[in-house]
Design a protein around this ligand. Structure first.
Ligand SMILES: *[C@@H]1O[C@H](CO)[C@@H](O)[C@H](O)[C@H]1NC(C)=O
Ligand SMILES: *[C@@H]1O[C@H](CO)[C@@H](O)[C@H](O)[C@H]1NC(C)=O
Length: 187
């Protein structure tokens, strides 16, 4: 009798374990555990940022790097920010000359320097995106300092240019953010 009960129990156990539904839900819960364990505040912030700028990275490692200040790691955003600055300047020059091909060199330089200088819209727009709360810095570095925010903001477009293998794509994302801010200010 005892033998029969335990055989029955074993049979039940076997049926439960081998039922596809059971296996599926076990897989699902371990996947959930896996993703919970690996979603950090930083990776959540990177996901939110991609939604905000309406660009999804193929390689999110590039965005991680763009959001890493040189005080935090040797793998930082310095070089990406040089590319990003040139994306911003090209995008503005292109836009300005398309609107008015007779724009003076002086006026064009003004437009470019207003947008790209550290104390200009580079800092304003980076702050509006909340980069000061995302960028990783060393404990003693002030993440709200314009040079830090602006460096991360420029690096964002450098990272998009590499990710999309297209500086035009990066310029397009920049134009949307830049004109969005301008119309918000006008309103
Ligand atoms: C987001 O990007 C897609 C594809 O590039 C575009 O169709 C859509 O209008 C964009 N949305 C916003 C809010 O910019
Ligand atoms: C950090 O930088 C911002 C902007 O320059 C400044 O207003 C703030 O006082 C600084 N904070 C600290 C703790 O130095």
């Amino acid at each position: 009798m005892g033998f029969r009960v335990s055989t029955f129990h074993l049979f039940l156990l076997f049926t439960l374990l081998s039922s596809p539904v059971q296996v599926f839900s076990e897989e699902r819960s371990s996947l959930l555990e896996f993703s919970l364990r690996f979603s950090t505040p930083f990776s959540n912030a990177l996901a939110n940022l991609q939604n905000e700028i309406n660009y999804t990275f193929e390689g999110v490692g590039l965005l991680r790097r763009a959001m890493t200040h040189s005080s935090y790691s040797g793998e930082n955003n310095k070089a990406l920010s040089i590319l990003g600055e040139s994306v911003i300047e090209t995008s503005l020059a292109l836009q300005s000359l398309r609107i008015d091909v007779d724009i003076s060199a002086k006026d064009l330089n003004l437009v470019i320097s207003e947008a790209s200088k550290v104390e200009g819209s580079c800092n304003t727009e980076g702050t509006r995106l909340g980069l000061q709360n995302i960028v990783r810095v060393a404990p003693k570095t002030n993440a709200t300092a314009p040079s830090v925010v602006c460096g991360a903001y420029r690096a964002l477009f450098g990272a998009i240019a590499i990710d999309a293998a297209s500086s035009d794509k990066a310029g397009e994302v920049y134009r949307k953010i830049h004109s969005g801010v301008r119309s918000a200010v006008t309103l």
